[in-house]
Design a protein around this ligand. Structure first.
Ligand code: NIG
Ligand code: FE
Length: 417
């Protein structure tokens, strides 16, 4: 089958002899790289790489990367790209002074997205979400997780998850699906939230599991949303169906969500804008990955999560985009990496490790994506002319991706649809 050779690569970043383990603590400041290198892909996978004096002579397609870097595709482990409509009117309300929580309390926010999604056909949702998937592949994303959570009824949660299943079927990059029925409490259940929790546990979860629609189970465990006790019940029920937890926690307060996720063995706890010594100590005694979402903090004007403290505590930091219409209407991972450096004060290498190897592990895809290693999916990008990794976050307003390669072939937007 087809082979692709990239020659004269100024810097081939994140090279490993075999699939790397999570990177934690001090080790995050290092990215193994090769200068003046080549990279050969065969049958959609990375075959081999080396220094230019050993470069193979032939391949079906040859790219020249003189003066450019090659990096593994971003591994975006937290998104909500299936949604019906933008929420720019709430964005303007926030400019006028309302907070994210005030908008949510008035029935805006997630409930606004749910109303619009309930009214939209599966077909139209699929087309819109496919467009966003193609958009982020063009931004260099090589693997992605996608959540439900704007359905908030049995029918609409299943509709969202079926859209994600259809995306999986056509996507050239790996996708993981997460069931987030407990994203908010619908208006009709405000006086009886217990009835909604029972709906999630007794009706949604069994159907999601019966159709094999999800890989993970999520809950928005935070002030004004779900309590740690409610979260625990939902996660326990999800585990009975084989769905590992991967949750939203501590975006709005020290909610106990980090500890609730850890107690149920969550793959990751995500957001963590409110994350102090107690949360960090709990993470240190667990296998759960701390995921920060800096473009959400940027867009909502809330505190940035403590990336520096997390790395200094010898933990494996993960970065993701949280692409969604309410709190992060951007899926551009290179901007996430830049924000983490600029506002969270972590080194470019630390941010890139968090958005590649560790992001892959946060989707249990560490053996397929996130590094340049033989056997990995050949999902990577050739940068525009750049000499070193620090230029990537430095040019924060520019798109670093000159050419995206997916499954060993140069990717262009009209290929998927
Ligand atoms: O990750 N925090 C909860 N859920 C999403 C956004 C929800 C929304 O506002 O639509 C998030 O920020
Ligand atoms: Fe989110």
């Amino acid at each position: 089958m087809a082979s692709l050779l990239v020659r004269n690569i100024h810097l081939l970043a994140q090279v490993h002899a075999s699939a790397p383990a999570l990177v934690r603590g001090r080790a995050m400041a290092h990215i193994p790289s090769l200068e003046n290198a080549w990279l050969l892909c065969e049958n959609g996978r990375i075959h081999s790489f080396g220094a230019m004096d050993t470069c193979p002579e032939r391949a079906d397609t040859i790219l020249d990367a003189t003066g450019r870097m090659v990096l593994p595709g971003w591994c975006d482990s937290h998104t909500h790209i299936v949604f019906a409509a933008p929420r720019d009117e709430e964005f303007v309300d926030r400019i006028r002074g309302l907070s994210y929580e005030e908008i949510a309390e008035r029935g805006g926010g997630i409930l606004n997205s749910a109303r619009r999604l309930q009214a939209m056909s599966e077909e139209a949702l699929f087309t819109a979400a496919l467009g966003r998937l193609e958009e982020v592949i063009g931004f260099g994303t090589g693997a992605i997780e996608i959540k439900s959570g704007y359905g908030l009824s049995v029918e609409s949660e299943l509709k969202m998850l079926r859209v994600i299943r259809r995306l999986k079927a056509v996507s050239p990059i790996p996708i993981k699906a997460t069931f987030l029925g407990a994203h908010a409490v619908p208006q009709a259940y405000k006086q009886d939230r217990e009835a909604y929790i029972r709906l999630v546990i007794e009706e949604m979860l069994p159907q999601v599991a019966a159709e094999g629609l999800a890989d993970y189970c999520d809950v928005f465990c935070d002030k004004g949303f779900y309590t740690p006790e409610e979260t625990d019940r939902i996660l326990e029920a999800g585990l009975k169906y084989g769905l590992k937890p991967k949750i939203h926690a501590n975006e709005l307060d020290y909610s106990g969500g980090v500890q609730a996720g850890i107690a149920r063995g969550a793959i990751s706890v995500d957001h963590l804008e409110y994350c102090g010594p107690e949360e960090i100590a709990a993470l240190q005694n667990s296998q759960t990955l701390p995921t920060l979402l800096p473009s959400c903090a940027f867009f909502l004007g809330i505190p940035y999560g403590p990336a520096r403290d997390i790395i200094d505590a010898d933990l494996p930091l993960v970065l993701a985009s949280d692409y969604n219409p309410g709190s992060s209407p951007s899926g551009r991972m290179s901007f996430v990496v830049a924000l983490a450096c600029i506002r969270m004060k972590i080194l470019p290498e630390e941010a890139i490790n968090a958005a590649t190897i560790n992001g892959a592990h946060a989707m249990e895809l560490g053996d397929q994506c996130g590094s340049i290693s033989p056997g990995m999916a050949a999902n990577f990008f050739v940068s525009r002319p750049m000499k070193q990794l620090s230029e990537l976050p430095y040019w924060f307003g520019s798109d670093p991706v000159e050419q995206m390669v997916v499954q060993g072939a140069v990717w262009s937007r009209n290929k998927t649809s």
